[in-house]
Write a protein that binds this ligand. Structure first.
Ligand SMILES: [Zn+2]
Length: 390
């Protein structure tokens, strides 16, 4: 029999989790968040407890706090917070393969595992689908939102075992708190089978989703990335990520996106068009990029464009094209992203982190709403234990 080494014995001592914790609570539509002391949640048998070190701040959260009819917000008072990253501090008795001390991202996608879409391997289409700490979108999401009412704007949160994505040591908690936006882009690229020998046009390339699509298109071996945007200075910084592989363009009356893209692809156009346009973009920005899609190509919409657009069924049919929408990503895809990051294939140094405390949520959202950010380069996170702790 051997005696455990001292450091192993120390590591086995579980962390002390306080019975009460600080959380940013949203009580009434229109009122500010208040930092309150509430009971620390405890994990059920198939859940883990996470000590939240950083949680992404979603720019349009402010709209969701007074939700439109198609989404189901948590009942108030609620603890929001969509994109948490942190450390596992407690593990439910039926959880296997997740250990105390693991550094993780919590995929907020909650699903039942039992409805027809879930049994077909389509959790994003689950009847109960909900994004924890944000809203639900399925016909029965209200039940799931009530079952998981608390997101990441708190010192601790529970997470079902299937939501846990392990983060490699070279991904900071602030970057981990960006996994939601990055994963939405990554899933779109994977569904369009992006890889070597694929040309990708990213519409809105310097925005939050567009920059993520660029980083992972590079990681997936994409040789030619065509970026469309409006801000010349930001476009040049995106191009500097890989000047031999990234080309950038601002549409003008003299040269359309289609003319430019076909000029760089021997006339073929882009194999994949990723639409990552912000919410208020005109429909013409969407259709201009659609015109640059190659025969046999795939057009993926991950962006926020709200207007209806015209499409040509004969053109789609005779060109053998595919149009698809992609709004989130699975934990499996999140883990693939971790593997690419661990291998050093993704350059996260581009992010400028802005770290705020639980009491700063309203001010941080107001500043984002006022446009105070450097496109997709800015990464705003809430750190419940403060900036130094991340
Ligand atoms: Zn389901």
């Amino acid at each position: 029999m051997t005696t455990p080494r001292a450091e192993t014995a120390v590591a086995l001592v579980p962390p002390v989790v306080p019975d009460r914790m600080r959380a940013a609570v949203y009580t009434k539509v229109g009122d500010p968040f208040t930092v309150e002391t509430i009971d620390t949640p405890r994990p059920r048998a198939t859940e883990v407890l996470i000590k939240v070190r950083a949680c992404g701040l979603v720019p349009n959260t402010i709209n969701q706090l007074d939700p439109p009819p198609m989404v189901q917000a948590p009942p108030l008072p609620a603890v929001y917070g969509l994109d948490p990253a942190g450390v596992v501090v407690e593990v439910g008795e039926s959880v296997h393969g997740i250990d105390i001390g693991d550094r993780v991202y919590v995929n907020p996608l909650r699903y039942c595992g039992n409805c027809r879409p879930c049994r077909k391997g389509q959790p994003l289409a689950c009847d109960y689908a909900a994004l924890n700490g944000y809203f639900g979108t399925g016909p029965k999401s209200a039940e799931m939102v009530a079952d998981y009412p608390q997101g990441g704007y708190a010192e601790y949160m529970v997470a079902p075992h299937y939501s846990v994505v392990k983060l490699p040591d070279n991904v900071s908690f602030e970057t981990g708190a960006r996994w939601g936006y990055l994963g939405t882009a990554y899933s779109g690229l994977r569904r369009a089978a992006v890889g070597p020998n694929t040309t990708v046009l990213i519409n809105g390339i310097s925005g939050t989703l567009g920059l993520g699509a660029t980083l992972f298109a590079l990681a997936l071996g994409c040789s030619t990335i065509l970026g469309v945007g409006r801000d010349a200075e930001r476009l040049s910084r995106v191009r500097a990520l890989a000047p031999d592989r990234i080309h950038v363009h601002t549409p003008t009356d003299e040269r359309s996106t289609e003319q430019w893209a076909r000029g760089l692809t021997d006339g073929y156009g882009a194999d994949v068009v990723v639409d990552a346009l912000p919410e208020r973009s005109p429909a013409t920005a969407f259709t201009a990029a659609a015109a640059a899609l190659a025969r046999g190509g795939v057009h993926v919409n991950i962006g926020g464009i709200l207007d209806d657009v015209s499409i040509s069924p004969p053109r789609i049919m005779t060109s053998n094209q595919t149009y698809l929408g992609s709004f989130w990503f699975t934990s499996e895809e999140g883990q693939e992203m971790s593997e690419l990051a661990a291998a050093g294939l993704v350059d996260f140094e581009v992010f400028q982190h802005r770290i705020h405390g639980l009491g700063d949520i309203d001010a941080a959202m107001a500043s984002l709403a006022a446009g105070d950010r450097d496109g997709g380069f800015t990464n705003v996170v809430i750190a419940p234990f403060g900036a130094a702790a991340t």
